[in-house]
Write a protein that binds this ligand. Structure first.
Ligand SMILES: [Zn+2]
Length: 192
């Protein structure tokens, strides 16, 4: 068995990637959310197969040790497919290319109206939408009761998480996700 520790992209977690067996019997597990959700393959596994040691932390086995056990394993072709697909992890919506949460924010500020406010926390990578309410000096108020939705983007998953009380759901970053947000906004604008 070979074991590697990898720092998550936000720097808060360490994921363990374990390789068991060899060649066509080789199995791999990652403790990241994508791996745990039943996905057999994730970017941490891919990174190791590609010999990317950027986020590797000690104690970890030597990366060269993988060469031997990977020979004849189907993980090599799985990795190839994964790498090819990764470059396409963006979409165009209403003429706007959306690759990450910055793009999503830039898109959303264009489509919201003065009945809603948007708050973007770059550090935690989340965007909140609120019903507009202002202090008498014109500064925005962000009371929890005015929260419409909270969106989070996870690099590890390449997913958006949208929390729209009382529902929380994950969505692959894509067309459907923005359609969902726009529908939510339309519902709100009808009511306000
Ligand atoms: Zn992983």
């Amino acid at each position: 068995m070979l074991e590697y520790r990898i720092l998550s992209s936000n720097g808060y977690n360490i994921y363990k990637v374990k390789f068991e067996g060899k060649g066509k019997d080789l199995k791999v597990f990652c403790s990241c959310p994508a791996g745990k959700k039943g996905g057999k393959f994730c970017k941490h596994i891919s990174g190791l197969i590609n010999k990317d040691t950027t986020n590797l932390v000690e104690p970890s086995d030597k990366i060269e040790a993988l060469d031997d056990i990977l020979q004849g394993s189907s993980l090599l072709s799985t990795n190839e497919n994964f790498v090819n697909k990764k470059g396409k992890n963006w979409f165009v919506y209403n003429g706007v290319k959306i690759c990450n949460i910055d793009d999503l924010y830039n898109y959303l500020i264009k489509i919201i109206n003065d009945k809603t406010m948007i708050k973007y926390n770059k550090e935690t990578k989340n965007i909140g939408l609120f019903k507009a309410e202002y202090f008498s000096n014109g500064n925005p108020k962000y009371p929890a009761k005015n929260k419409i939705t909270l969106m989070e983007y996870s690099d590890d998953l390449n997913w958006f998480r949208i929390d729209r009380q009382p529902y929380t759901y994950f969505a692959h970053a894509g067309q459907k996700f923005i359609e969902g947000i726009e529908k939510a906004l339309r519902d709100i604008y009808k009511k306000v």
